[in-house]
Design a protein around this ligand. Structure first.
Ligand code: NAP
Ligand code: G4F
Length: 329
């Protein structure tokens, strides 16, 4: 049997790392698109953390460069393409709206176009987002819930989402979108609220810091574990027919609740350490997200395996270990 080949854009990000790990375990040859950086020592830090940096074959490239994408797909000839690359931080999308549109929106269009031209038989996955629901139109969001984006990021993701649907319907590509709700892990970027909290809790516990400054404590999210969510991505591409799926836990809690769990894990109280800083508020907020994963459960047999309590514990423990190692405490 020939080895299956996959190409992952965004391979250096949180999901790219966990998806690489999953695909390698399944025997795939894993290729990744690498955005060139002057800081070569940090680009593959997540793959290194998972112990797989030497197993992923990296190709220089950028989502904004269609010719490079066509060349890479022509060279690699992947059976599966996972488009995970994006300017993915919602808050930054107000500071860089056009960059976000160019990378997160048009960039996905470039990958679809490169796929159509150079690898039309490949199966394609688009990393869509629950942010597209924004100002929610139903209390629990499913594949049928209308979208109402509330940030330049969400607008860009909506463009990419509908391009994926249109390339499927117009050109017959096996193109699926996963509408993933928030998912976290020890490999989450430090700018996102969960990791900011678990890193802050670890620092406070170790006496390195006294406070964490946060924005809207009332925002509610449906938080799952990235390791579980990449399995849903893979499952979507194993189906005979392409389709769109919500991937979520079906439970939503506030930023305040997340803090309570994280501080509680190390025997501290969040009231003693959290301060509110208006700098972390957003021009428009997505107040609450709650997904209904019934379709993914039924059609893919996918379930969220990690509870929120397990996720928080894993993240806090990982940050404690990382800080102890770096500070020699
Ligand atoms: P992430 O950690 O921020 O990773 C983003 C990746 O995109 C990084 O590898 C980054 O490369 C790459 N990238 C950024 N701009 C690029 C460009 N111009 N060309 C090529 N690569 C570029 O994001 P994540 O949490 O893993 O999320 C993966 C995808 O799922 C993203 O599209 C995100 O928007 C979407 N999503 C995430 C969630 C979530 O809760 N995590 C939920 C729904 C959807 P560098 O390492 O060079 O920065
Ligand atoms: O962790 P966040 O920055 O994630 P957000 O905006 O929900 O976006 C993430 O999930 C999306 C899926 O729904 C992805 F598409 C997207 O790429 C990204 O992965 O913020 C979560 C909530 C927000 O309501 C924010 O206002 O936490 C609130 N928050 C409160 N204080 C904060 C802070 N967020 C951040 N980043 N930093 C704070 O200090």
């Amino acid at each position: 049997m020939t080895t299956k080949r996959a190409l992952i854009t965004g391979v250096t990000g949180q999901d790219g790392a966990y998806l690489s790990q999953l695909l390698l375990a399944k025997g795939y040859e894993v290729h990744g698109l690498l955005r060139r950086s002057a800081s070569a020592d940090v680009v593959n830090s997540r793959l290194t953390w998972l112990g797989i940096a030497d197993k992923v074959i990296l190709h220089d490239g950028n989502l904004t460069d269609l010719s490079g994408l066509i060349r890479t797909l022509t060279e690699v000839r992947p059976a599966e393409i996972y488009n995970l690359a994006a300017q993915s931080f919602v808050k930054s999308s107000w500071q860089q709206p056009l960059l976000t549109g160019t990378v997160t929106g048009l960039g996905a269009g470039n990958v679809l176009e490169a796929t159509r031209i150079a690898a039309p038989e490949a199966r394609f996955y688009q990393a869509s987002s629950s942010e597209m629901y924004g100002l929610i139109q139903e209390p629990v969001q499913s594949e049928k819930t209308p979208f109402y984006p509330r940030s330049p990021y969400a607008v860009a993701k909506l463009y990419a989402h509908w391009m994926t649907v249109n390339y499927r319907e117009s050109f017959g590509l096996h193109a699926s979108s996963g509408i993933l709700f928030n998912h976290e892990s020890p490999l989450r970027g430090i700018e996102f609220v969960t990791r900011k909290i678990t890193d802050g809790v670890a620092r406070i516990k170790l006496g390195l810091q006294k406070e964490i400054a946060l924005g809207n404590m009332d925002a509610k999210r449906d938080w799952g574990h990235a390791r579980d969510y990449v399995k849903a991505m893979w499952l979507m591409l194993q189906q005979d027919k392409p389709d769109d799926y919500v991937v979520a836990t079906g439970r939503t809690v506030s930023v305040r609740d997340f803090c309570t769990l994280a501080f509680g894990h190390v025997g501290l109280k969040m009231e003693d350490h959290v301060v509110i800083d208006p700098r972390y508020m957003r021009p428009a907020e997505v107040e609450v997200l709650l997904g209904n994963p019934a379709k993914a459960q039924k059609a893919l047999g996918w379930v969220a395996e990690t509870t929120l309590e397990q996720l928080v514990a894993e993240m806090v423990e990982a940050d404690l270990a990382r800080l102890k190692q770096h500070t020699h405490l």
